[in-house]
Design a protein around this ligand. Structure first.
Ligand SMILES: [Zn+2]
Length: 471
C-alpha cells in the first residue's frame, strides 16, 4: 500500500490513516448528496464503503441528479443502477477502497438488517421513511449516524442522538451541486471525527445545522430549510484560477448545476497532477503527470458535453481576469491572491475567493464598488510579501490538505456566485470544524475605497469623454 496518496493528510498531527483504512461506512442514497459524500470518503481513504440505493440512472440530458453524469467517466450504461455506477467511480478514484452496492430502498425496519455491520451510517436519500429506519437502526446498534439533505438553495444535517425522538431533515427542489458540496463536506468532517478523533476536535456537533443561500444569515439550526426555487443566473464568461482541490469542486458545481448559464469557462493552472493530490482531487486519479487544467477541462466536457470550456496551462494574467464576468480564486498562496485582487479591482470585475485549512475555511465575495476588496479584508498585499520572504528562507513546507474542507468551501463559492452580481455578500463566510457553531458570517464590511475610487475615476473619465464629444 502506498502512502504517497495520503501524504497531505498524514502530515497532520495524530492522523492515523490505518484507522480510516479499517473503517466501514454505509451511505444510504446514491443521489447527488450521497454521491458527493461517497466521493469524499473514497478520496479520504475510508477502507470500506457500502452504498444502499435501488434507483436507476436517469438518461435524459438534463438529469436532475447531476452525478448520473459520472457514468460518462466510468463507461457505465444509462440503464445502470445509480449505486453500482457510483461504486465504479469510487473504485477508480481510489483503488484501495473496497466499495459494495446494495440495491435496496429502506421501507420498513426489518430491511435495515440486510445492511452489513459498520462504524458509521450516513442517510442521504432525503426520504423521511428511510431516515427514520436508519435512525432507529443506528440507535439499536450504537452506531454514529448522520442524516443529510440538499435542495435547490439549501440543505441540512442532523446527528442521530440517543436521547431524541426521530429527526427528519427535508429540503425541496432539485439538489444544487454547490449545496450538496457544502452539506457533504460538513458531514464528511463530522464522520471523520467519529472514526478518527483528533486532539482539538472539540465536542460532537450539538444539534442540526442548516444552510440556506436565500437567508441573509446563510446558516441556522433548522431541519427544514425553506423551499425556494433556484435563482435564474447568467454567469457569462467564467474564470477558474487554480485547478487544485478547490478548483475541482468549483468546476464540478458549476458544470453539473450551472453549465447552461456559462458562455465560456476558462481554467488556468500551471501545475501537473501529482500523486499527493489524489487524497482530495477526485478527477485526477488516472492523470498523474498531466497538466491539471487540461485534465479538468477534458473531464468537464465529458460530464457536460455542451460546456464551452478552455484550459490554459500557465500562470494567471491580467487579461484572464479582465475578460471574465466572474472569477473564482482557488489558489493556495497570497501572491496570486494579491495580484488577482489588484487586477480585478482595477478592471471592476467581481471575483470570489476561497481559502481552506485542514479544519476550516473561508469565502469572500469581492465585487468592486459593492463590497470590500480582498486586500482590505485579508491584508493580502502584506501577507504576500511575508510569504515570499519565508519561502526564500525556508523553502516550501508540505502543507496539509484534506478533501472535505475543499469540497465545502468550493460549494459555498458556487452558491454565492449566483448572487455575486445582484446581491454580493458583504460579510465573509467562515467555517470552523472545531467551533461549536461550525459556520458563521464575519461582520459585514463596507465597500472599500480601493474599488470605489476606481469606479469614481472611471465615471469621471467617461464624463470627460462625453464632454469632449463633438456635439
Ligand atoms: Zn480595498
Amino acid at each position: 500500500m502506498t502512502d504517497t496518496r495520503y501524504a497531505r493528510q498524514t502530515v497532520l498531527s495524530h492522523w492515523d490513516q490505518n484507522l480510516l483504512r479499517r473503517a466501514h461506512v454505509i451511505i444510504v442514497g446514491a443521489g447527488a448528496l450521497g454521491g458527493f459524500i461517497s466521493l469524499g470518503l473514497a478520496a479520504l481513504g475510508i477502507g470500506t464503503l457500502t452504498l444502499v440505493d435501488d434507483s436507476m440512472i436517469t438518461s435524459d440530458a438534463a438529469s436532475p441528479v447531476g452525478v448520473d453524469r459520472f457514468r460518462f467517466l466510468v463507461g457505465a450504461s444509462a440503464v445502470s443502477r445509480r449505486a453500482a455506477t457510483l461504486a465504479l467511480m469510487l473504485g477508480a478514484i481510489n483503488p484501495e477502497v473496497s466499495v459494495r452496492s446494495i440495491p435496496l430502498r429502506l421501507r420498513y425496519d426489518a430491511m435495515a438488517l440486510s445492511m452489513p455491520a459498520c462504524h458509521a451510517l450516513i442517510e442521504a436519500s432525503g426520504d423521511p421513511v428511510s431516515q427514520r429506519i436508519c435512525a432507529r437502526y443506528a440507535r439499536q446498534k450504537g452506531i454514529p449516524a448522520f442524516m443529510g439533505v440538499a435542495g435547490a438553495s439549501g440543505g441540512a444535517c442532523a446527528f442521530v442522538r440517543d436521547d431524541e425522538n426521530d429527526i427528519v431533515v427535508t429540503a425541496e427542489g432539485t439538489p444544487d451541486i454547490g449545496v450538496c458540496e457544502v452539506i457533504a463536506g460538513a458531514m464528511i468532517e463530522e464522520v471523520r471525527k467519529q472514526l478518527m478523533p483528533l486532539p482539538g476536535d472539540g465536542a460532537a456537533v450539538a444539534g442540526p445545522f442548516s444552510y440556506d443561500l436565500n437567508q441573509q444569515t446563510r446558516f441556522g439550526t433548522t431541519t427544514h430549510p425553506p423551499s425556494t426555487p433556484r435563482l435564474a443566473t447568467s454567469f457569462g464568461n467564467v474564470l477558474i484560477i487554480g485547478a487544485g482541490a478547490l478548483g475541482t469542486y468549483v468546476a464540478l458545481g458549476l458544470a453539473l448545476s450551472h453549465g447552461d448559464s456559462i458562455s465560456r469557462l476558462t481554467i488556468v493552472d500551471p501545475d501537473i497532477v501529482e500523486e499527493t493530490n489524489l487524497n482530495r482531487q477526485v478527477l485526477y486519479h488516472d492523470a498523474v503527470g498531466q497538466p491539471k487544467a487540461v485534465v479538468l477541462a477534458r473531464k468537464l466536457k465529458l460530464l457536460q458535453p455542451g460546456l464551452n470550456v478552455m484550459p490554459d496551462v500557465g500562470m494567471v494574467a491580467a487579461g484572464h481576469v479582465e475578460a471574465a464576468d466572474l472569477s473564482f480564486l482557488c489558489v493556495d498562496n497570497y501572491a496570486a491572491r494579491a495580484q488577482v485582487n489588484q487586477w480585478a479591482v482595477k478592471a471592476g470585475r467581481p471575483f470570489i475567493n476561497g481559502g481552506t485549512s485542514p479544519f476550516g475555511g473561508h469565502v469572500e465575495v469581492c465585487a468592486p464598488g459593492h463590497t470590500a476588496c480582498l486586500n482590505c479584508r485579508l491584508d493580502v498585499d502584506r501577507l504576500a510579501r511575508e510569504q515570499a520572504g519565508r519561502r526564500v528562507r525556508c523553502g516550501d513546507a508540505v502543507e496539509a490538505g484534506i478533501v472535505q474542507t475543499n469540497m465545502l468551501i468550493a460549494g459555498l463559492m458556487v452558491c454565492e456566485a449566483q448572487l455575486a452580481h445582484s446581491a454580493p455578500l458583504a460579510s465573509a463566510i467562515e467555517y470552523d470544524a472545531r467551533a461549536p457553531a461550525r459556520f458563521g458570517l464575519r461582520s459585514a464590511r463596507a465597500a472599500c475605497d480601493c474599488g470605489q475610487q476606481l469606479v469614481d475615476q472611471k465615471t469621471a473619465q467617461q464624463e470627460m469623454q462625453n464632454d469632449h464629444k463633438p456635439g
